[in-house]
Every structure is written in C-alpha cells, then in structure tokens.
Ligand binder design. Structure first.
Ligand SMILES: Cc1cc2nc3c(=O)[nH]c(=O)nc-3n(C[C@H](O)[C@H](O)[C@H](O)COP(=O)(O)OP(=O)(O)OC[C@H]3O[C@@H](n4cnc5c(N)ncnc54)[C@H](O)[C@@H]3O)c2cc1C
Length: 379
C-alpha cells in the first residue's frame, strides 16, 4: 500500500515551518548572508516553536520526530535561507552519533540539558587532509586511566564556534586504519577546546563554519560512543540518517529558485511568444518543476526507509546526490530565466545559485555518493 499524503500532524508541522520561515527568516536573510551573521535570535525562536530539537526522542526532551518530518522542515527553512537552515539542522547532525551509539545513561546525562534551551551541536569529522577519505583522519585519542585525551584539528565544521556539544571522530589505533577510529562527545566548556577563524564562504554565509581545535582535551571515559573502535560505523550510520534531510534542504533551495522564476515570468507583460513568454523559457520552467518534484520524492523515500528501520545507504546517497545536482541546475536556470535581474544582488535568485553548490560538496561529495551507490549495486 502506497500513500503519498501527509498526516494531519505532518501538515501542521510543514505549515508551521513555512509560516515561521517566510515571516521570521526571509526578511533577515539578506543581511545575515551579506554580513555572515549567525542569528541566535532565529535559533531561539526555532527552539520555542519546538523545531530545533525535533529529532531527539521525547524521553530525552526532544520532539520525537522522524527523518520524514526532518525533510518537511528542511525544505521550508532552506527555501527561506539555506545558511540558516544548515546551522539549525547542524544541531541534529551533531547529535546523531550520540543518538545512534550513546548509552542510555549518557543520553540521559547530556540530552535533557541540551534540549532545555536553544543549544546547538556540531559534527566534527573533516580535517584538512581528510575530507572524502575519512580513514585518513589524524586527530589522535589515547586513554589515560578513566579519561580520554584528544589532540587534533577539525576543519569546515558547521556550528563550529557556536555549539554546546561536539561529536568528534579520532584515531585510537592508527595501525588498524579505519577500524581504529572511535567517536566521542566533547562539551563546549572542556579545557583545551578552541576555535579557528570563521570560513569566508561562497554561499550559506550565515552558517558559522570554522576550525575546531583540540589541545590535550580530556573527557571522562563514559563520553566515548559505541563499543570498541566503532567510530567509522557510527559516522556512516550518521550520514545514512542525515543525507535524506540534507537532500531536502537542496530541494528547498531549488523550489525557492523555481518559484521565483515562475513568479517573474507571470509578472511580465504578455508578448507574442517572445522573451519570457517564449516556449523555450516555458520548457525551462517545466524541466525545473520535474526536477523539484522528483528530488522531493527520492528524499522522502530515503527518509521513510530509515524511519521504518530499513537500511537506506543507497537511497540516502541517491537522495543527497540527485537533490543537490538538480538544485545546482534549477538555481542556475532560474538566474537564466530572469536574465540580468537574476544576476543582481537585490534579488535572492543569485544567492540560491551560490547556496546550492555547497550541497554537492558536504555530507560526502557527489562523486563519493556515486561510489556509495555503485558499491551497493555490485557488492
Ligand atoms: C559549507 C560546508 C560545511 C561543512 N560542514 C561540515 C561539518 O559540519 N562537519 C564535517 O565534519 N565536515 C563538514 N564539511 C566538510 C565536508 O564534509 C567536506 O568538504 C567533504 O567531505 C569533502 O571533503 P574535501 O572538501 O576535503 O574534498 P576532497 O576529499 O579533497 O575531494 C576533492 C575532490 O576530489 C573528489 N574525490 C575525492 N576522493 C574521490 C574518490 N575516491 N573518487 C572520486 N572522486 C574523489 C571529490 O569528490 C572532490 O571533487 C563542510 C564543508 C562545507 C563546504
């Protein structure tokens, strides 16, 4: 039985997110993006509406919602401002390793406090020499008595300078390669934790993206996630869970660009099939509609599989890869449909085009998604 309709609760959630995004984020987005500002105010409002910790189970103080609801939220918020949404979702992304592999005791210790305010988390995986190849991370961890000591530097970390909790992946036994990686939670106030300068990005400029530096950072041994050196598996499960939502963010960016293009064409004075009234432009709009609809469905499908306990490695990679590829195409075409007004900074269309590009890079580049999909096909 296949049912494509949203439940009444999901419709309420989507409408709440759309209303909030259009009223509270859209007016702020140009300034936040221009001046590279992380808005505590938006995070706080999002928290008060119950949209910040939506994916944390209720028993730990969150909203208890699934990945499909995450897709609904992500599309609406990213359609308003991808930079803001990537920071907001960075919270759930940073908490996923704890949700996936943390002991119930550790979750009870850390999550209720985190979820009782407008706190955000961050996922610390990437390093200067370890992006696509997670196995080559150099951040080291060693156990001394009942503590772990972490040393290293993570790069391009979303919410890097503003998070309260950091999930961190480090090499515990280098000779074991990726099987020697372990995962940990590091609270912000831990001595030895510091931050590099904020990255000056092409798009998504309102997200706080920066280096996170660990110098003799000591954490209690109970802050380790999983059993043994389980870090690589935890990272892969985290990405399987997050890619449908990241894909839905790309759908949101693409939808905003598509809607701007349609609105522009409709407001032009009708002419006799020339300019934006030409069939060539109308066909572009039709292609944009096809891509947005198709991308939304693959994201929802991958999310649905995860929510129902099915392995979704291939489908999540397809969702993130397809949605971000079409987002780059649709946003580029939206600029083309408008012509010079689309290229100017006084409209958001050029921003959508810049914002879409990051989605082909993070959460694993789209070349890596194709490797993941191909491995699943031929294994
Ligand atoms: C805006 C932004 C936010 C980010 N947020 C976070 C975050 O919160 N946490 C975090 O840990 N990281 C984050 N990242 C880092 C991101 O995940 C990495 O940029 C990504 O994994 C790619 O790594 P890289 O940039 O080092 O590229 P590289 O791995 O150096 O790749 C360079 C090029 O080579 C290609 N390539 C590499 N290996 C292969 C291969 N085997 N086959 C084919 N092609 C290959 C890649 O596709 C790419 O085109 C963020 C990045 C950006 C841009």
């Amino acid at each position: 039985m296949i049912d494509f309709s949203l439940s009444p609760e999901q419709e309420v959630l989507r409408d709440l997110a759309r209303d909030f995004a259009q009223k509270e984020i859209v007016p702020l987005a140009p300034q936040l993006e221009r001046e590279q500002l992380h808005s505590e105010e938006v995070v706080e409002k999002c928290y008060r509406l119950g949209l910040l910790h939506y994916g944390v189970p209720k028993e730990y103080g969150g909203g208890g919602l699934g990945s499909l609801e995450g897709c609904l939220l992500a599309e609406e918020l990213a359609a308003a401002c991808a930079g803001v949404e990537v920071g907001l979702y960075g919270n759930i992304l940073g908490l996923l390793p704890l949700l996936i592999a943390g002991s119930p005791e550790l979750k009870h210790e850390l999550l209720p406090r985190h979820c009782s305010g407008s706190n955000v988390a961050a996922l610390c995986l990437t390093e200067a020499e370890a992006g696509s190849d997670v196995r080559s991370i150099r951040t080291r961890v060693r156990r001394v008595a009942d503590q772990y000591i972490i040393e290293g530097t993570k790069r391009f970390i979303t919410n890097g300078g503003v998070a309260s909790l950091y999930s961190v992946f480090a090499q515990e036994q280098r000779e074991l390669g990726y099987k020697g990686i372990s995962a940990f939670i590091v609270p912000r106030d831990t001595p030895g934790l510091s931050f590099g300068k904020r990255e000056d990005k092409m798009g998504q400029r309102s997200t706080d993206t920066r280096e996170v530096i660990f110098e003799e950072v000591r954490i209690p041994s109970r802050f380790r996630l999983g059993e043994g050196h389980d870090g690589f598996n935890i990272a892969m499960k985290t990405l399987d869970a997050s890619r449908p939502v990241v894909g839905a963010q790309a759908v949101g960016i693409a939808r905003a660009a598509f809607e701007a293009a349609v609105a522009y064409v409709k407001q032009q004075v009708p002419s006799d099939g020339a300019g934006v009234a030409s069939q060539g432009i109308h066909f572009m709009l039709a292609d944009m509609a096809i891509k947005v609809e198709a991308a939304r469905l693959v994201c929802w499908h991958a999310a649905w599989l995860g929510d129902h306990g099915h392995r979704n490695t291939k489908e999540s990679a397809i969702a993130k890869c397809f949605a971000s590829d079409i987002a780059v195409e649709v946003t580029t075409d939206a600029v083309q449909v408008l012509g010079w007004p689309g290229y100017m900074k006084d409209r958001p269309v050029e921003r959508y085009m810049r914002d879409a590009k990051a989605h082909q890079i993070f959460e694993g580049t789209n070349q890596i998604q194709r490797l993941v999909i191909a491995r699943q096909l031929v294994r």
